[in-house]
Design a protein around this ligand. Structure first.
Ligand SMILES: [Zn+2]
Length: 164
């Protein structure tokens, strides 16, 4: 179960992908169900009413239309990156390795707003920097060094292409 933490311990953001087909709509509620199947449990007594999702391991999900959905509150340790959960914030992008421009914009806005809220400069990593995985489907250090401009190969053609 996600333990309570002080916001002052948070030093980083770790970016993930949902590993869902590019351009297809999936929701934070679905991720919550997948995490329920993996027996993730939240501590709903931390920030009661913050989010109805009882299992999700991420703090935020950025859906295909750019909507930022709340998962765990920042005060609750996430379940997303082995060994790195206590001090990090987990953000998950819906998709595989191509994301809508609006998702890219929202990702950057979210990180900036977290920096402001926590009055710090959070380090930003991809899950694959801590684990032999492809997650989040792009090279986060390269994205940072490009001043947060995504490579064309990681931009979904037409923000809603393929959406049903
Ligand atoms: Zn991941």
């Amino acid at each position: 179960m996600g333990a309570r933490r002080q916001l002052s311990v948070i030093d980083s953001v770790i970016i993930h992908h949902a590993e869902t087909p590019n351009g297809h709509v999936f929701t934070a509620e679905q991720i919550d169900q997948w995490h329920e199947a993996r027996h993730f449990e939240r501590d709903m007594s931390i920030c009661p009413g913050y989010s109805p999702l009882k299992h999700i391991g991420y703090h935020y999900v950025i859906e295909l239309d750019g909507t930022i959905q709340r998962g765990r509150p920042l005060e609750e340790v996430g379940a997303h990156t082995y060994g790195k959960n206590p001090k990090s914030i987990g953000i998950c992008l819906i998709g595989m390795d191509k994301f809508a421009l609006v998702q890219w914009r929202q990702l950057l806005k979210l990180i900036q707003s977290l920096d402001d809220k926590l009055a710090t400069s959070l380090a930003v990593y991809g899950h694959n920097q801590f684990s032999p995985k492809t997650c989040p489907g792009f090279n986060v250090p390269a994205w940072i060094s490009r001043k947060f401009r995504p490579l064309d190969q990681h931009i979904l053609e037409g923000d809603f292409h393929g959406v049903v």
